[in-house]
Design a protein around this ligand. Structure first.
Ligand code: C2O
Ligand code: CU
Ligand code: CU
Length: 565
């Protein structure tokens, strides 16, 4: 037997099989009766606040075919709901979500990111996490453009943080497909807190081909940032993570999951938007710390009524347009995933479409009698109350385009990563890991620039993880179950059941993909653009902070593995 020590034995007991994991959860559920729970947010009226539409950021200079921007990160106050007092928030240019970058393929952008935040953090910092012990300052930021192919020095690596009074200039060449990118904070060990404080925004990259397609634009193209938050009676954000059994860590300490009991869409709780009976383009981003959303458009009045679903089309994924629009009734998005949607409100005059959600938290969830976390069945409303604007031009669906599928035979190597959760004697999470390594242990992966590699992630934990790689856009090959017992006892990977091809809406370019519990996710990754250090991690921000993140270093062809760049 490969049971080396007590830790392995515990790991085996605690996460050997979904059935075991379920009973662990179920037992924990029984055990916590009577224990302290997070105070719920105040009851708030739904759909009374208009959906905030983030404004477009103006470049501060245009020179030599290059755009320069300046973005200040500041603390500011804003109401998250009209019945609440203003909340203290952190945001780019004092906005939540941050302003939208309108970028064009081939036109490089540089951004001066300035840290004007106060010296005190909005939330408690767990000094046990890497890079968090004094004398490291509490307030640190580093912006990351998620999905971008950028030089390592402009990537926003977790260790490249800077403190209030400092700034960096990052360069984004925009040499990649038109896509829905987003920017957010990435400071090591406190990314989850900075993101939760409000530090996220859209970066829409367009090209001539897309601009010639007559997709809905202007007022008819809506970025939608989906998040969840908890607030106190004064309207202030409450960052309260929990363990898998719903119990709370010591005040200010890390715990693996964070679920708010209120949906916050574009920075507003339960907002609504009045729309015309016509096509709209929605750029949907799951910007939550840890919540998955399974979104559907519902014409029924109440969440308990029989749903009347509106079919919509997904036309793009993380890294650009899909080959063909995919008709859908449900859209599953893990944290950091994006979907480019066309929703047609034609013929729905006078009706209300509730953007609804039925994803469990944690995802994919366990069938317990009482779910530990609010399910957030309603997110926001579209009210088809506006008349069609006179002389309105008509918008089309995108025509079919070619999105070449990578061939697994092109892969020069296969790398396999094992995701685990370290637990204490009570089964409470101590940290999440990839290959049992901490982020700051030496780099082990050195892909060669220009090559294609096959990466496989094995999930030995109870929950799904949205796996993200910096620098690249990849393609999903398949997902398949495997035998936990053989893997944990004999370190043998025995596949189970059928390998499932990605769903039609996952057939395009991705930079984040869901890894289900008990499964192996296989992706094909072309390493293009730059050599240097990047990271891959789970995009549940709590997991990324402790410590489900590892570096990789892209090396030039002909060069052998080197030490850390
Ligand atoms: Cu969106 Cu490394 O992150
Ligand atoms: Cu990223
Ligand atoms: Cu994770």
């Amino acid at each position: 037997m490969a049971l080396n020590d007590r830790r392995d034995f515990l790991k085996l007991c605690l996460s050997a099989a979904p059935a075991l994991a379920l009973s662990r959860r179920a037992m924990a559920q029984v055990a916590i009766i009577g224990q302290a729970h997070t105070a719920p947010s105040p009851q708030l009226r739904r759909f009374v606040d208009p959906l905030p539409i983030p404004r477009t950021l103006e470049p501060h200079r245009r020179r030599h075919g290059k755009l320069s921007y300046r973005v200040r990160m500041v603390e500011f106050e804003r109401r998250l709901h009209s019945d609440l007092p203003p909340a203290r928030l952190w945001g780019y240019e004092g906005e939540y979500p941050g302003p939208v970058f309108e970028a064009r393929c081939g036109i490089p952008v540089s951004v001066k990111w300035e840290n004007h935040l106060p010296l005190q953090h909005l939330f408690a910092i767990d000094q046990r996490l890497h890079a968090c012990a004094p004398p490291t300052p509490a307030v640190r930021v580093v912006p990351h453009l998620h999905g971008a192919r950028a030089d390592s020095r402009s990537d926003g690596l977790p260790e490249n943080w800077f403190t209030p009074g400092h700034s960096v200039v990052y360069h984004y060449p925009n040499q990649q497909n038109a896509a829905t990118l987003w920017y957010h904070d990435h400071a090591g060990g406190i990314e989850r807190l900075n993101l939760y404080a409000g530090m996220a925004g859209f970066y829409l990259l367009r090209d001539d081909r897309e601009l010639a397609m007559h997709l809905p634009d202007g007022d008819y193209e809506i970025p939608l940032l989906l998040q969840d938050r908890r607030v106190d009676a004064n309207g202030q954000l409450v960052y309260q993570p929990t363990f898998a059994d719903g119990t709370l860590p010591a005040p200010g300490a890390w715990a693996p999951q964070l679920f708010g009991d209120l949906p916050v869409i574009n920075g507003a709780i339960y907002p609504f938007l009045e729309v015309e009976p016509r096509r709209y383009r929605l750029r949907v981003l799951n910007g939550a710390n840890g919540r998955f959303f399974n979104v559907y458009m519902n014409l029924a009045k109440k969440p308990t009524d029989i749903p009347r679903l509106v079919t919509f089309h997904q036309v793009g994924s993380d890294g650009g347009l899909l080959a063909d629009p995919v008709p859908m009734q449900h859209l599953l998005l893990g944290p950091a995933e994006r979907a480019d949607l066309i929703v047609d409100f034609t013929g729905l005059e006078g009706q209300t479409v509730t953007v609804s959600n039925n994803a469990k938290s944690p995802f994919p969830g366990w069938d317990l009698i009482n779910p530990l976390y609010a399910p957030l069945p309603e997110l926001m409303q579209f009210r088809v109350t506006r008349p069609l604007a006179p002389g309105a031009k008509s918008f089309s669906m995108p025509p079919p385009i070619s999105v070449p599928r990578l061939d697994p035979a092109q892969a020069v190597c296969t790398r396999t990563f094992v995701l685990t959760e370290d637990t204490d004697k009570q089964g409470r999470s101590l940290r999440m890991m990839i290959d049992g390594k901490m982020y700051d242990e030496p780099t082990t992966e050195f892909p060669v620039l220009g090559s294609i590699e096959k990466w496989r992630f094995i999930n030995t934990t109870d929950d799904a993880h949205p796996m993200h790689l910096h620098l690249v856009q990849f393609q999903i090959v398949e997902r398949q179950g495997y035998d936990h017992a053989s893997f944990l006892l004999y370190n043998k990977l025995v596949m189970r059941g059928f390998a499932r091809k990605p769903a039609p809406n996952e057939m395009g370019w991705k930079d984040t993909a869901i890894l289900n519990p008990g499964e192996v996710l296989t992706i094909l990754v072309p390493f293009l653009g730059f050599t240097g250090k990047y990271v891959y991690h789970c995009h549940i921000a709590e997991h990324a902070d402790n410590d489900m993140m590892r570096p990789f270093v892209v090396v030039a062809p002909g060069k052998k593995e080197t030490s850390d760049a």
